[in-house]
Design a protein around this ligand. Structure first.
Ligand SMILES: [Zn+2]
Ligand SMILES: [Zn+2]
Length: 150
């Protein structure tokens, strides 16, 4: 899985969704950034996106409050999105998931944007695999021997 902002830093700045939480909500107040991670394994067609909700406070990002797996190809349900069991969660994770579901329901264009990001990630992964380039995750290794295999 690779972060959208690793591959497209400028686009991620403009297109990553931020959910505003007000004081009266049952969550710590602030701006919640929803970072996107995509599966770019050329042999996999899972269409899964990992959404990491992180609060943005005084110019820095806090540790993830919730980590969700969402398949934009499938309809919204009790299990889509779901909280990833082996990822970083907090006591607020379920509330964040509900807030995310509400956002998905009221913004059908959001899932469409995720599908476009997925396509862009895949295309870039294919190009990087062809040209022997350095991996965008800044590991210093070749892409072919790094994130392409993950
Ligand atoms: Zn996959
Ligand atoms: Zn890498």
């Amino acid at each position: 899985m690779n972060y959208f902002y690793e591959f497209f830093p400028k686009r991620a700045l403009q297109e990553t969704i931020v959910l505003r939480v007000e004081q009266e909500d049952p969550l710590p107040e602030g701006d919640y950034l929803l970072s996107e991670c995509y599966c770019i394994n050329v042999n996999c067609h899972c269409y899964n996106t990992i959404i990491q909700a992180q609060r943005h406070q005084q110019n820095r990002l806090e540790a993830p409050i919730a980590t969700m797996l969402y398949c934009w190809k499938k309809p919204l349900s009790k299990h889509n999105p779901f909280l990833l069991a082996d990822a970083q969660q907090t006591p607020w994770a379920e509330t964040v998931r509900n807030m995310f579901c509400e956002h998905l329901e009221s913004h059908p264009e959001y899932s469409k944007m995720l599908s476009e990001h997925y396509k862009a990630m895949r295309e870039k992964a294919r190009k990087l695999a062809k040209i022997n380039s350095v991996c965008p995750c800044s590991s210093g290794r070749k892409f072919k021997k790094c994130c392409l295999l993950r």
